[in-house]
Design a protein around this ligand. Sequence first.
Ligand SMILES: [Fe+2]
Length: 360
Amino acid sequence: MRINSRFFVLNAILALATGGIVYTCMSVENSADLRRRDSVDIVKSTASPESISHKTPENFTVAFIGDQGAKDNSQTVLQLIKDEGAGAVVHAGDFDYENDPALWEELINDVLGPNFPYFAAVGNHDDDLFYGEDGYHNVLARRMNRIGIPWDGELGVKSSFVYNGIFVVLTAPDLLGTGHAEYIRDKLAQSNARWRISCWHKNMNAMQCGKKGDDTGWGVYEESRKGGAIIATGHEHSYSRTHLLSSCEHQIVASTSDTLGLAQDDPKTPDIDEGKSFVFVSGIAGKSIRNQDRGGPWWASVYTSDQGAKFGALFGVFNYQGNEGLARFYFKNIDGEIVDDFYVTSPSREEIVSLASGNQ
Ligand SMILES: [Fe+2]
């Protein structure tokens, strides 16, 4: 709402200056030009790499959300995240839907505080005001600097960092930048972290249960899977989670067990693809809830308006009960109901190396 009036004023000035002839087309072109030009002024990472812990605390809880809005329900989901004792949020894009970075930050700060570790990838409702002095990028980047988390690349677009021993890659396929799949591949290959999260906003049609199309390409999914990273997305306004997959592109189910074993592809065995992971869409953080339009045997959990879905978040509890290689995941709605509950295992770097040497 606020930005609409801001654009109205800008457009009115432009219209006056140009005799009112090029009103609409100027507003679109200027918005895009502004976006590119301001990208050189983005806030840079200032924290020292030594400032960050590489240990995951016992029962360290991360909330995964997307498609939030700035409504009462959005605030209620944030309160749920606080009440669950989460230590971080990974937000897969589409923030306040009002083009108002200050409003969005206020929403977060009111519930979680200004120094809460809140990580986000850009969504299609965020890219117009992503750059610029007070854009979403800088809101997120200043928070990272306040907390003392250094990151690589352009935050929320093609970026990665470690927090509490969890390696997070945030990208923006089909939104901003290029080469996301290669970035994901390279950064996951360089990381020694046991737990990896690869997050972006958009989808491929078969990787969501609504009407979203083939936007991202398969590269980001497949490189994340091969790198043993949990694949966190949004965009479709429902919750859905696959079984463990040995191919995202071909929707090949590796196991239907409720304990999903992440595995990295071993580059020394080019004929075998050992990578296994799962995909989820967590897109009901407050904006709206949509119906189910499609499914398939690769889905382990589907929660849409057809299932009577209520807003909520997916929680991942890492180093679960002191087991460093185990995480418990559950989706909880704002009425406190758990609608999906599963475990995830991930090997340590040492276990991967000894497994690989045994393969030879
Ligand atoms: Fe979206």
